[in-house]
Structures are given as structure tokens and as C-alpha cells.
Design a protein around this ligand. Structure first.
Ligand SMILES: [Zn+2]
Length: 179
């Protein structure tokens, strides 16, 4: 493996992120990070992961300490929240995304789309509601996945039905990108 990988569940500890439909964003993201790590280990990839107690600010501080190369791939897992009708997956990259970041984000997004999630595209951070994301600042290959809308039951149900398959397919995309 030429590149190392760091996977964060975004929210953590006292910061639950969005809450809807009986789910919290933090717990959904932690669950999926675990599924992804399990699949990556089967492929011989050992990711570094954030502490479940860390909110984004603490995760970013930790990340700065462990980052050794700007070739390291950093993935942050989130769920979107809006009206109950909004749905779909989007993958966020820095405004001045590298070729790697753009291609990687597209490949990640394709896994969701081929599994029935609505395609909301690969978006530079300035085109998102928050305009800027701390996750885009560390000197590495940074992407942030908005898996779906926690506020939309179709997205939640799709995730619950397909999470093991999604984790397997995403792990393979990640594995190929690290070589
Ligand atoms: Zn979030």
C-alpha cells in the first residue's frame, strides 16, 4: 500500500450530530465506520480511526498529530439533515481538490448510486450549506461522505437493508485507491 488511510465517524461524544427518525448521526456513522474497517481488514488494509468520544474539533486535532504524509487518504462519515423529502448521497471535496480527491470521491459516490441512493454529486465545500469544512484543511487527500439524509426514511431504510454490501463495495474501492 502506497497510501495510508484514516477514517472518522465525524461526530462523537457529546456531539451527536443530527437526530431524526429514532437515529443519531453519530451512532450511524460509528456503525458504518466499524463495518468499513472490518471489510478493509479482510483486504489487508489497517485504517487509523478516530475515538468515538471525539467531536470533530478533537478529531481534527488528533488527525494533525497522526498525519505523516499528504498522500494519506482521510474519510469523514456523516449523514445529511433537511426536510423529510430531501434524499441522496453527496461526497464533499476541497475547493481546490486534487485529481486523486476528485476521482476517489466519484468512485465512492458511484457505489452509493449503484445501490439505489440518489446522486447529489461530488461537491466542492463552498457549494455545501456550511461553505467550509474543517475536514478539508489537513494536508492530505480529504473527502467527506454525506451517506444520505437521516431525515428521510427511504435513505435510512436503504442503508439498513444494504449497509453490509455498501461497506464491502466501498472497502474495495478504497483498497484499490491505496495501491
Ligand atoms: Zn454531520
Amino acid at each position: 500500500m502506497n497510501r495510508k488511510i484514516i477514517i472518522s465517524a465525524g461526530h462523537g461524544g457529546n456531539d451527536p450530530g443530527a437526530v431524526a427518525n429514532g437515529y443519531t448521526e453519530r451512532d450511524l456513522a460509528i456503525e458504518f465506520r466499524e463495518l468499513l474497517v472490518k471489510e478493509l481488514l479482510l483486504l489487508g488494509v489497517k485504517p487509523l480511526i478516530d475515538d468515538n468520544k471525539n467531536a470533530l474539533k478533537q478529531t481534527l486535532a488528533w488527525l494533525t498529530g497522526v498525519l505523516k504524509s499528504d498522500k494519506t487518504v482521510c474519510i469523514d462519515i456523516h449523514w445529511n439533515a433537511a426536510s423529510s423529502k430531501a434524499r441522496g448521497t453527496e461526497v464533499i471535496v476541497p475547493d481546490n481538490a486534487s485529481i486523486f480527491e476528485n476521482n476517489f470521491a466519484k468512485n465512492i459516490l458511484n457505489v452509493f448510486v449503484s445501490n439505489g441512493f440518489i446522486n447529489r454529486g461530488v461537491k466542492p465545500e463552498s457549494q455545501t450549506a456550511r461553505k467550509r469544512s474543517g475536514w478539508m484543511r489537513p494536508p492530505a487527500e480529504n473527502i467527506l461522505i454525506e451517506m444520505g439524509f437521516i431525515t428521510n426514511l427511504l435513505d435510512i431504510n436503504l442503508y439498513q437493508n444494504l449497509k453490509y454490501k455498501l461497506a464491502k463495495e466501498l472497502a474495495f474501492v478504497i483498497y484499490k485507491s491505496l495501491i
